[in-house]
Design a binder for this molecule. Structure first.
Ligand code: SF4
Length: 297
Protein backbone atom coordinates (compact mmCIF):
# COMPACT_ATOMS: atom_id res chain seq x y z
CA UNK A 1 0.00 0.00 0.00
CA UNK A 2 1.12 3.52 -0.71
CA UNK A 3 1.41 5.33 2.59
CA UNK A 4 1.58 9.10 2.56
CA UNK A 5 3.42 10.36 5.63
CA UNK A 6 1.60 12.68 7.99
CA UNK A 7 4.31 15.27 7.53
CA UNK A 8 3.97 15.29 3.77
CA UNK A 9 4.61 18.68 2.27
CA UNK A 10 2.50 20.43 -0.33
CA UNK A 11 4.35 18.76 -3.17
CA UNK A 12 3.61 15.31 -1.81
CA UNK A 13 -0.06 16.16 -1.68
CA UNK A 14 -0.22 16.34 -5.46
CA UNK A 15 -1.84 13.40 -7.20
CA UNK A 16 -0.37 11.50 -10.12
CA UNK A 17 -1.63 14.04 -12.60
CA UNK A 18 -0.36 17.01 -10.61
CA UNK A 19 -3.80 17.81 -9.26
CA UNK A 20 -4.17 18.60 -5.56
CA UNK A 21 -5.60 15.68 -3.59
CA UNK A 22 -9.22 15.98 -2.56
CA UNK A 23 -10.05 16.49 1.06
CA UNK A 24 -10.95 13.03 2.36
CA UNK A 25 -14.19 13.18 4.35
CA UNK A 26 -14.74 10.33 6.79
CA UNK A 27 -15.68 9.00 10.18
CA UNK A 28 -13.37 7.00 12.45
CA UNK A 29 -15.49 3.94 11.59
CA UNK A 30 -14.73 4.36 7.91
CA UNK A 31 -11.00 4.40 8.60
CA UNK A 32 -11.26 1.33 10.86
CA UNK A 33 -13.24 -0.54 8.22
CA UNK A 34 -10.45 0.04 5.72
CA UNK A 35 -7.89 -1.33 8.17
CA UNK A 36 -10.06 -4.35 9.00
CA UNK A 37 -10.86 -5.35 5.43
CA UNK A 38 -10.62 -3.26 2.23
CA UNK A 39 -13.25 -5.43 0.51
CA UNK A 40 -15.71 -4.73 3.31
CA UNK A 41 -14.83 -1.03 3.00
CA UNK A 42 -15.68 -1.13 -0.70
CA UNK A 43 -19.02 -2.82 -0.11
CA UNK A 44 -19.85 -0.48 2.79
CA UNK A 45 -18.86 2.85 1.28
CA UNK A 46 -18.39 2.63 -2.49
CA UNK A 47 -20.57 -0.01 -4.13
CA UNK A 48 -23.89 1.48 -5.18
CA UNK A 49 -26.44 0.14 -4.83
CA UNK A 50 -24.95 -1.25 -1.60
CA UNK A 51 -25.01 -5.03 -1.39
CA UNK A 52 -27.82 -6.08 0.98
CA UNK A 53 -26.52 -6.69 4.49
CA UNK A 54 -27.27 -9.76 6.54
CA UNK A 55 -29.94 -9.66 9.26
CA UNK A 56 -29.58 -7.34 12.26
CA UNK A 57 -27.40 -8.51 15.16
CA UNK A 58 -28.97 -8.92 18.59
CA UNK A 59 -25.80 -7.70 20.33
CA UNK A 60 -25.98 -4.50 18.29
CA UNK A 61 -29.61 -4.08 19.37
CA UNK A 62 -28.47 -4.53 22.97
CA UNK A 63 -25.67 -1.99 22.69
CA UNK A 64 -27.75 0.59 20.82
CA UNK A 65 -30.61 0.28 23.33
CA UNK A 66 -28.21 0.93 26.23
CA UNK A 67 -26.60 3.92 24.50
CA UNK A 68 -29.99 5.42 23.60
CA UNK A 69 -31.31 5.02 27.15
CA UNK A 70 -28.25 6.73 28.65
CA UNK A 71 -28.48 9.63 26.20
CA UNK A 72 -32.21 10.00 26.90
CA UNK A 73 -31.56 9.94 30.67
CA UNK A 74 -29.26 12.95 30.44
CA UNK A 75 -31.88 14.78 28.40
CA UNK A 76 -34.49 14.39 31.15
CA UNK A 77 -35.03 17.38 33.46
CA UNK A 78 -32.69 17.05 36.45
CA UNK A 79 -35.49 16.19 38.88
CA UNK A 80 -36.47 13.18 36.75
CA UNK A 81 -32.98 11.64 36.45
CA UNK A 82 -33.62 8.73 38.78
CA UNK A 83 -32.30 5.18 38.63
CA UNK A 84 -35.80 3.88 37.94
CA UNK A 85 -36.22 6.36 35.08
CA UNK A 86 -33.06 5.01 33.45
CA UNK A 87 -34.49 1.49 33.56
CA UNK A 88 -37.78 2.70 32.11
CA UNK A 89 -35.92 4.32 29.22
CA UNK A 90 -34.34 0.96 28.37
CA UNK A 91 -37.78 -0.65 28.31
CA UNK A 92 -39.26 2.13 26.17
CA UNK A 93 -36.45 2.28 23.64
CA UNK A 94 -35.67 -1.43 23.47
CA UNK A 95 -34.67 -2.58 19.97
CA UNK A 96 -36.20 -5.97 19.47
CA UNK A 97 -34.14 -7.08 16.45
CA UNK A 98 -31.93 -10.11 15.94
CA UNK A 99 -33.13 -12.18 18.90
CA UNK A 100 -34.11 -15.79 18.49
CA UNK A 101 -37.56 -15.17 20.01
CA UNK A 102 -39.44 -12.84 22.33
CA UNK A 103 -38.32 -14.77 25.44
CA UNK A 104 -34.64 -14.18 24.59
CA UNK A 105 -35.34 -10.54 23.82
CA UNK A 106 -37.12 -10.10 27.16
CA UNK A 107 -34.27 -11.77 29.06
CA UNK A 108 -31.69 -9.42 27.56
CA UNK A 109 -33.92 -6.38 27.96
CA UNK A 110 -33.93 -7.12 31.69
CA UNK A 111 -30.15 -7.43 31.70
CA UNK A 112 -29.78 -4.16 29.83
CA UNK A 113 -32.12 -2.51 32.30
CA UNK A 114 -30.04 -3.69 35.25
CA UNK A 115 -26.79 -2.69 33.56
CA UNK A 116 -28.00 0.85 32.90
CA UNK A 117 -29.47 1.24 36.38
CA UNK A 118 -26.25 0.08 38.06
CA UNK A 119 -24.25 2.51 35.93
CA UNK A 120 -26.55 5.45 36.56
CA UNK A 121 -26.49 4.76 40.29
CA UNK A 122 -22.84 5.82 40.29
CA UNK A 123 -23.48 9.09 38.42
CA UNK A 124 -24.24 12.52 39.81
CA UNK A 125 -27.37 13.55 37.89
CA UNK A 126 -26.57 17.21 38.54
CA UNK A 127 -23.22 16.91 36.80
CA UNK A 128 -24.52 18.15 33.46
CA UNK A 129 -22.45 16.95 30.48
CA UNK A 130 -21.37 19.48 27.88
CA UNK A 131 -22.70 17.16 25.22
CA UNK A 132 -24.56 13.87 24.82
CA UNK A 133 -24.35 12.00 21.53
CA UNK A 134 -22.85 15.18 20.19
CA UNK A 135 -21.48 15.27 16.66
CA UNK A 136 -18.05 16.88 16.47
CA UNK A 137 -15.71 17.38 13.57
CA UNK A 138 -12.22 18.49 12.79
CA UNK A 139 -10.17 18.90 9.65
CA UNK A 140 -6.70 19.39 8.30
CA UNK A 141 -5.71 20.17 4.75
CA UNK A 142 -6.06 16.44 3.94
CA UNK A 143 -8.82 15.01 6.07
CA UNK A 144 -12.23 16.08 7.40
CA UNK A 145 -13.32 13.72 10.12
CA UNK A 146 -16.54 13.74 12.11
CA UNK A 147 -18.13 11.47 14.65
CA UNK A 148 -20.57 11.29 17.51
CA UNK A 149 -19.28 11.34 21.08
CA UNK A 150 -21.32 9.35 23.63
CA UNK A 151 -20.69 12.02 26.25
CA UNK A 152 -18.49 15.08 26.64
CA UNK A 153 -17.90 16.06 30.27
CA UNK A 154 -16.47 19.14 31.86
CA UNK A 155 -14.81 18.16 35.14
CA UNK A 156 -12.76 19.78 37.86
CA UNK A 157 -9.07 19.55 36.96
CA UNK A 158 -6.05 19.10 39.22
CA UNK A 159 -4.93 22.70 38.56
CA UNK A 160 -8.15 24.10 40.00
CA UNK A 161 -9.70 24.80 36.61
CA UNK A 162 -11.82 22.47 34.51
CA UNK A 163 -11.00 19.99 31.78
CA UNK A 164 -12.90 18.31 28.95
CA UNK A 165 -13.27 14.52 29.02
CA UNK A 166 -14.45 12.37 26.12
CA UNK A 167 -16.53 9.44 27.43
CA UNK A 168 -17.25 6.33 25.36
CA UNK A 169 -19.65 3.64 26.65
CA UNK A 170 -18.78 -0.02 26.15
CA UNK A 171 -21.30 -2.81 26.64
CA UNK A 172 -19.29 -5.86 25.54
CA UNK A 173 -18.20 -8.47 28.05
CA UNK A 174 -14.60 -8.32 26.83
CA UNK A 175 -12.52 -6.78 29.62
CA UNK A 176 -10.77 -3.57 28.64
CA UNK A 177 -7.46 -2.10 29.73
CA UNK A 178 -6.07 1.41 29.88
CA UNK A 179 -4.20 0.53 26.70
CA UNK A 180 -7.54 0.28 24.88
CA UNK A 181 -8.23 3.91 25.80
CA UNK A 182 -4.69 5.01 25.00
CA UNK A 183 -4.49 3.34 21.59
CA UNK A 184 -8.02 4.10 20.37
CA UNK A 185 -7.86 6.15 17.19
CA UNK A 186 -11.56 7.13 17.37
CA UNK A 187 -11.16 8.43 20.94
CA UNK A 188 -8.13 10.51 19.99
CA UNK A 189 -9.96 11.94 16.98
CA UNK A 190 -12.97 12.75 19.17
CA UNK A 191 -10.68 14.60 21.58
CA UNK A 192 -9.23 16.63 18.71
CA UNK A 193 -12.70 17.31 17.30
CA UNK A 194 -13.96 18.33 20.76
CA UNK A 195 -11.03 20.76 20.98
CA UNK A 196 -12.02 22.34 17.73
CA UNK A 197 -15.72 22.56 18.52
CA UNK A 198 -15.29 23.78 22.11
CA UNK A 199 -12.26 25.99 21.29
CA UNK A 200 -10.27 24.71 24.25
CA UNK A 201 -7.88 21.87 24.92
CA UNK A 202 -9.16 18.31 25.38
CA UNK A 203 -6.66 15.58 26.17
CA UNK A 204 -8.53 13.14 28.39
CA UNK A 205 -10.46 10.14 27.08
CA UNK A 206 -12.34 7.45 29.01
CA UNK A 207 -13.88 4.10 28.22
CA UNK A 208 -16.78 3.33 30.58
CA UNK A 209 -17.25 -0.44 30.67
CA UNK A 210 -20.84 -0.84 31.78
CA UNK A 211 -20.85 -4.59 32.59
CA UNK A 212 -18.11 -4.13 35.23
CA UNK A 213 -18.36 -0.42 36.02
CA UNK A 214 -14.66 -0.03 35.15
CA UNK A 215 -13.46 3.34 33.87
CA UNK A 216 -10.34 3.16 31.71
CA UNK A 217 -8.92 6.65 31.46
CA UNK A 218 -6.04 8.04 29.47
CA UNK A 219 -4.63 11.54 29.18
CA UNK A 220 -3.01 12.24 25.83
CA UNK A 221 -0.24 14.71 25.34
CA UNK A 222 -0.57 17.20 22.49
CA UNK A 223 2.19 15.23 20.71
CA UNK A 224 0.33 11.94 21.10
CA UNK A 225 -2.85 13.47 19.64
CA UNK A 226 -0.83 14.84 16.74
CA UNK A 227 0.60 11.36 16.13
CA UNK A 228 -2.90 9.86 16.10
CA UNK A 229 -4.02 12.52 13.64
CA UNK A 230 -1.02 11.69 11.47
CA UNK A 231 -2.01 8.03 11.62
CA UNK A 232 -5.56 8.93 10.57
CA UNK A 233 -4.17 10.96 7.66
CA UNK A 234 -2.00 8.03 6.57
CA UNK A 235 -5.00 5.69 6.53
CA UNK A 236 -7.10 8.34 4.80
CA UNK A 237 -4.44 8.70 2.09
CA UNK A 238 -4.69 4.97 1.37
CA UNK A 239 -8.50 5.17 1.30
CA UNK A 240 -8.47 8.24 -0.95
CA UNK A 241 -6.11 6.56 -3.44
CA UNK A 242 -8.31 3.43 -3.50
CA UNK A 243 -11.49 5.52 -3.86
CA UNK A 244 -9.92 7.35 -6.79
CA UNK A 245 -9.08 4.10 -8.54
CA UNK A 246 -12.61 2.85 -7.92
CA UNK A 247 -14.10 6.01 -9.43
CA UNK A 248 -11.89 5.71 -12.48
CA UNK A 249 -13.27 2.19 -13.11
CA UNK A 250 -11.73 -1.13 -12.16
CA UNK A 251 -12.07 -4.54 -13.76
CA UNK A 252 -12.83 -7.60 -11.61
CA UNK A 253 -9.16 -8.56 -11.35
CA UNK A 254 -8.11 -5.09 -10.25
CA UNK A 255 -10.92 -4.61 -7.80
CA UNK A 256 -9.58 -7.36 -5.55
CA UNK A 257 -6.05 -6.01 -5.90
CA UNK A 258 -7.11 -2.54 -4.74
CA UNK A 259 -9.68 -3.82 -2.24
CA UNK A 260 -8.30 -7.18 -1.08
CA UNK A 261 -10.35 -9.37 1.26
CA UNK A 262 -8.90 -10.08 4.71
CA UNK A 263 -10.54 -13.38 5.57
CA UNK A 264 -10.35 -14.57 9.16
CA UNK A 265 -12.39 -15.68 12.11
CA UNK A 266 -14.10 -12.28 12.36
CA UNK A 267 -15.73 -12.83 8.95
CA UNK A 268 -18.52 -14.70 10.72
CA UNK A 269 -19.67 -11.30 12.02
CA UNK A 270 -19.37 -9.48 8.68
CA UNK A 271 -22.58 -7.97 7.30
CA UNK A 272 -21.40 -8.81 3.79
CA UNK A 273 -20.36 -12.43 4.33
CA UNK A 274 -22.95 -13.72 1.87
CA UNK A 275 -21.31 -11.65 -0.90
CA UNK A 276 -17.78 -12.77 -0.06
CA UNK A 277 -16.56 -16.27 -1.03
CA UNK A 278 -13.21 -15.73 0.74
CA UNK A 279 -14.90 -14.90 4.01
CA UNK A 280 -17.34 -17.79 3.64
CA UNK A 281 -14.42 -20.18 3.13
CA UNK A 282 -12.67 -18.85 6.23
CA UNK A 283 -15.41 -19.24 8.80
CA UNK A 284 -18.90 -20.40 9.63
CA UNK A 285 -21.60 -17.73 9.51
CA UNK A 286 -22.81 -16.61 12.92
CA UNK A 287 -26.42 -16.53 13.97
CA UNK A 288 -27.86 -13.07 14.67
CA UNK A 289 -28.02 -13.79 18.42
CA UNK A 290 -24.59 -15.47 18.77
CA UNK A 291 -22.98 -12.20 19.87
CA UNK A 292 -25.19 -11.94 22.96
CA UNK A 293 -22.68 -14.07 24.84
CA UNK A 294 -20.19 -11.28 24.29
CA UNK A 295 -22.44 -8.62 25.80
CA UNK A 296 -23.94 -10.38 28.78
CA UNK A 297 -22.00 -13.53 29.49
S1 SF4 B 1 -16.42 -11.65 4.95
FE1 SF4 B 1 -14.37 -11.19 5.75
S2 SF4 B 1 -13.06 -10.99 3.93
FE2 SF4 B 1 -15.19 -10.86 3.26
S3 SF4 B 1 -15.68 -8.70 3.23
FE3 SF4 B 1 -16.32 -9.43 5.21
S4 SF4 B 1 -14.54 -9.08 6.55
FE4 SF4 B 1 -13.82 -8.94 4.44
Amino acid sequence: MNRTGSSAGAGEQLGLEGMPQRLYTCTPTRLSTWLDCPRKYRMSYLDRPSPPKGPPWAHNSFGASVHTALAAWWRLPLAQRSVAAAGDLVERGWIDLGFTDSAQSELHRGRARRMVQEYVQRLDPASEPLGVERTVATRTERIAVSGRIDRLDERAAADGGTELVVVDYKTGRHLLTVDDARASLPLALYALAAQRVMRRSCHKVELHHLPTGAVLAWEHTAEALARQLGRAQDIAAECAAADEQYRSGLGQADIDRVFPPRPGSMCGWCDYLRHCPDGAAATEPRKPWDGLASVTG
